[in-house]
Write a protein that binds this ligand. Structure first.
Ligand SMILES: C[S@@+](CC[C@H](N)C(=O)[O-])C[C@H]1O[C@@H](n2cnc3c(N)ncnc32)[C@H](O)[C@@H]1O
Length: 243
């Protein structure tokens, strides 16, 4: 992806350092740096600690790409899913996350009982798989799946609509300065079938973010579910237009 002008990509300055303040328990969660498991991880980075849905989640960050750190949209969406379990009950639901990055949102969805497929670019999948497996392997939940999904590419071949129907599509901070916004929109359209709910959380920074939002309004029934002024994140729901 193209460089984002801003984003939590600089170690020590990242927005994910704010994770403690947004985490759900009201308790401060200590974010500690520690050495990665060198045997399994290709890069070094920090470990971030969160508590969502009563579970302690450890996220290994990396230093190499945009999917390598926890972005503010992921914190907002995780918090929202945890706090709105009656409105959006994920138990036994089929959930697809696009641009899953470090996997925090997918892990929270899994803890909440969903069948999760977490997807991203090929270079992100190793760290994503590592985080998902370390945080879900001894839980009594559906085993999450990790798959490559490049926006707009081979969707009909790899995820044909006749076979793949998701109850929820989750996406956090997938809109920023990159050249794949049309492909991202096409991906959302591909997966949003009747009955599917798209939950998209994003930090709004650029005019292109608002343009993407407008396109979403033009295509889907769209509403703002929550706003997080401290991080400038909006959380939206989109469903197939009924008419
Ligand atoms: C800003 S990061 C957000 C990561 C994560 N959702 C979060 O909120 O912490 C954007 C994510 O989109 C992924 N991404 C960017 N371009 C993509 C593309 N063309 N196809 C699939 N994923 C892409 C990146 O690899 C990265 O994981």
């Amino acid at each position: 992806p193209a460089q984002a002008a801003q984003g939590p990509t600089q170690p020590g300055l990242s927005t994910s350092r704010d994770g403690a303040s947004i985490s759900s328990t009201g308790q401060p969660v200590k974010n500690t740096a520690s050495a990665p498991s060198a045997a399994r991880l290709p890069t070094s980075g920090e470990q971030m600690h969160y508590i969502y849905a009563g579970q302690h989640i450890v996220i290994q960050e990396s230093i190499e790409h945009f999917g390598a750190v926890v972005w503010p949209g992921a914190l907002a969406l995780s918090q929202y899913l945890e706090s709105n379990q009656e409105r959006f009950n994920l138990k036994d639901k089929k959930v697809l996350e696009i641009g899953a990055g470090t996997g925090l949102v997918s892990i929270v969805a899994s803890i909440l009982g969903a069948y999760v497929t977490a997807t991203d670019l090929p270079e992100v999948l190793e760290n994503l798989s590592f985080n998902i497996s370390r945080n879900t392997h001894n839980m009594n939940t559906h085993k999450p799946e990790v798959r490559k999904l490049v926006w707009g590419e081979d969707l009909n071949e790899d995820f044909p609509s006749s076979t793949y129907h998701y109850d929820f599509i989750l996406a956090s901070d997938v809109v920023y300065h990159h050249t794949a916004l049309d492909a991202l929109l096409a991906t959302m359209v591909h997966f949003c079938q009747p009955g599917t709910v798209l939950l998209w959380a994003n930090k709004f920074r650029f005019s292109t973010d608002y343009e993407f939002l407008e396109q979403l309004y033009n295509i889907f029934d769209t509403s703002i579910l929550a706003e997080f002024p401290e991080s400038n994140v909006k959380l939206l729901k989109a469903t197939v237009r009924e008419n």
